[in-house]
Each structure stands twice: as C-alpha cells, then as structure tokens.
Design a protein around this ligand. Structure first.
Ligand code: PLP
Length: 396
C-alpha cells in the first residue's frame, strides 16, 4: 500500500469497529440459499433470505437461465444503449409492464441501481423530495445523487407528510416536488399508507415514487403494494427488484410510457453500465410467468408466515406489527440481540440480528423471513429452538 494516510484510515477505523463489536463477519453459504443452508459444514434452517417464494433455487428458473445462456452466452456484451439490448431484455420489460399493469417498464442491474437511476433522471437541485425517514439506503443515496432538497417526514405519519408538502409547495422554492416511500418497510414489515399518500400527492401535485422491493411477489397477488391498494393508475414510479421474491438479480421501474422513454435516454446506469445477463432475464421472465399463472407459491408463503408468527407469539416473543411475511423478533438490548442470534445459529436456526443503526437504538431484533419453500417440520424445529434459547436467556 502506498498511501500512509489510507493505511492509517483503514487501520483506525477497522480497529474501532472491531472494538465496538460492530464489525460484521460474513459467513459464506456453502450451497444454494434455500430453506436450509450450509455454513461451516453445518445445516441450518434459513430464516434470513429474501427468497420469499423459493424461486432462487426453482428448477424452472434454472432451466430457463441455462437455455438462454446456451442461446445468447453469459453476458449481454454492452450497455443497453449501444448494443447490449438483446430481444430477451425487451421481452422481459414487456412482461414486467403487463404484470404491473403499467404502460411500460425498464430493467436495471439491481433494485439499488433503479434508485440511483430513476430519481436523478427526473429530479434536480431546483426540486424537493419528501422522504419517509425509514426509507431504504438506496432511496436515500438516490435522493442525494439528484441534488434535490431532501425533506424527511416521520415514518408513515400522514399529518407530518401533509404539513411538509404544504410548506414545500407554499415556499415557492421548488419546481417539482416528489414523495418517495418504501412499499413495505424491510425491518418491521409494515406497509406504506399509499391511499393517503396518493391523496396528499393529488392535493399538492406531488410526483409519487414507491420502491416496492419487499412488496413485489408478496402483496397484491404478487403484483405489489400499489396493486394491493388498487392504485396502479395513480403512482408515477413503481420500483421493483428482481432479486427478492423473483429470485434472481436486477430491478425495474414500471410506469407511463413517456417516463420510461425518458429513463432510457437519461438514466445513467442504463447508459453506462452493462445490461443484466441473458440468463438472468430469462429466469426473471419465467418467474413472472409462474406468478401470473398461479398463486400457489404466494399462498404457501402466507401460510408459513402465519404459522411462524403465531408460534413465536404464543411462545411470548414480541413480533411487532408486521403486515407481511417479514417477522421481527424484537429483543431490545443490542448485546442480548447479538447473543440471541448467535445461540440460535449454534442450535440450528440462521436468523440474523439487526441492531442500531439499521434500526433505532433499543429495538435490536432477530429478523425472520419465512418462505414458500419451508416445510412445517422446518418451522416446528425452528420454533423448538426459539423456545429453548428464549427460555435459556430468560427472554420468554
Ligand atoms: C432490497 C431493497 C433494494 C435493493 O434491491 P437489490 O435488487 O437487492 O439491489 C432497494 N430498495 C428497497 C426498498 C429494498 O428493500
């Protein structure tokens, strides 16, 4: 390493994190990220993936991916605007638009990238963005990138949103004003109050932007939070990820044709970063096809979610107010939370602890993600272990 300053910076900061117990050690998964995973040779019931429907390891997606890879190769070869747009990308975008009931859709390399792409393509320093204080990190970064004035509002507090929208409009300082929210909040599993948000948006002429990473494939028969509330006509930007319920990787924006046309000429990750692989595009199309023709996987996911929630609640754990499969088990104290998670892993359940700054201080939790791929036996075994560790630590 040549720079002494860099060396010092890294040493000091890494030491500091390690001293405070905040240095995250990554344990590689030795095989597929299914309902049971292997880590360090040990089989663990997996309650930490975002593989809601089990599609990440679904044979049908694997076959579609393999066939497309045979036909097109492993890479798209270029960015979308040069010659990296393969016909399979266009087909995927058509399918996404159809699935979302919008005029058009545009695919990106990840959900994170959607927020890097879409916000700054439309908003600039003469604009303002009203942003829920619990919005995902990629929304926060996307807002910053746009240079618009960021006005946070209290989490799902519609009075606060209305007041701040009114102030922003009245100030006359801004050309455009956007309201931006997660569809489903990933740490608590609560759903954004979209009907009220849309009403406030209509009152103050706000652009509406919903990042539905955790709602797509989960709510509204899989079509997402916006569909769940019947608001497909009223939301300007619907962001989805192809990396969670859809099981592969990538993201998309669905909306009016004009908006998508604009993103195709002005959003930087579309212009300057290579397109998703053909295998990924094919796997995602297969996933959408499965979701469009059957609700079996969703039903299984919801059934498993209810079962796990009920079980944890009966054991006496605080599982918060989730309205989706996301099931936090709130412990409170950060150290206790870490120990709880470690003990669960030792006993055979992989459920990762989540503490400050990801969630507020004193609300440390272990977050559970039941999926369609879990069997009742797996969930019973997980509950048995929860009971054992909970009693041992005097949490229940
Ligand atoms: C997970 C998540 C993302 C990132 O999606 P990727 O496809 O994994 O990049 C973006 N926004 C929200 C709200 C998310 O929960």
């Amino acid at each position: 390493m040549t720079s002494r300053r860099l060396k010092e910076f890294l040493n000091n900061n890494l030491e500091d994190l390690k001293d405070k117990g905040l240095y995250n050690v990554i344990n590689p998964v030795e095989g597929p990220n299914g309902p049971v995973i292997q880590i360090e040779g040990k089989q663990l019931i997996n309650l930490s993936s975002n593989n809601y429907l089990g599609l990440a390891t679904d044979e049908r997606l694997i076959n579609a991916c393999n066939e497309a890879t045979e036909k097109y190769g492993v890479g798209a070869g270029a960015v979308r605007t040069i010659n990296g747009t393969l016909d399979i990308h266009i087909k995927l975008e058509e399918k996404l638009a159809e699935f979302k009931h919008t005029e058009a859709a545009i695919a990106y390399q990840s959900g994170f990238n959607c927020n890097m792409a879409a916000i700054s393509a439309v908003m600039d320093k003469h604009d303002a963005i009203l942003s829920d204080e619990l919005n995902h990190a990629s929304i926060i970064d996307g807002c910053r990138l746009s240079k618009a004035k960021i006005i946070p509002f209290k989490h799902s507090d519609m009075e606060d949103l209305r007041a701040k929208a009114g102030e922003a409009q009245k100030s006359g300082l801004y050309n455009k004003i956007m309201v931006i929210t997660d569809g489903v909040f990933s740490m608590d599993g609560d759903i954004a109050k979209l009907p009220e948000i849309v009403e406030i948006a209509e009152e103050f002429d706000l652009i509406t932007y919903v990042d539905d990473a955790h709602g797509s494939g989960v709510l509204g028969n899989g079509m997402g939070t916006v569909k769940h509330f019947g608001l497909s006509e009223k939301v300007d930007f619907q962001i989805g990820t192809l990396s969670k319920a859809i099981g592969a990787v990538g993201g998309y924006v669905a909306g009016k044709k004009d908006l998508i046309d604009w993103l195709k000429v002005r959003s930087r990750p579309f212009l300057f970063s290579t397109a998703i692989t053909p295998g990924t595009a094919a796997a995602c199309m297969k996933a959408i096809e499965i979701l469009s023709t059957s609700t079996e996987l969703q039903q299984q996911m919801w059934e498993n979610s209810r079962y796990l929630k009920q079980g944890l609640k009966e054991l006496g754990f605080n599982i918060g107010e989730s309205e989706t499969p996301i099931t936090p088990c709130i412990i409170g104290d950060e150290n206790q939370t870490q120990i709880f998670s470690e003990r669960l892993i030792e006993e055979g359940v992989y459920a990762k602890s989540i503490v400050f700054p990801t969630v507020p201080r004193g609300t440390g939790r272990v977050r559970n993600m039941p999926t369609a791929a879990h069997t009742k036996e797996m969930l019973d075994e997980a509950l048995r272990i929860y009971k054992k560790v909970g009693k041992e630590m005097k949490l229940i």
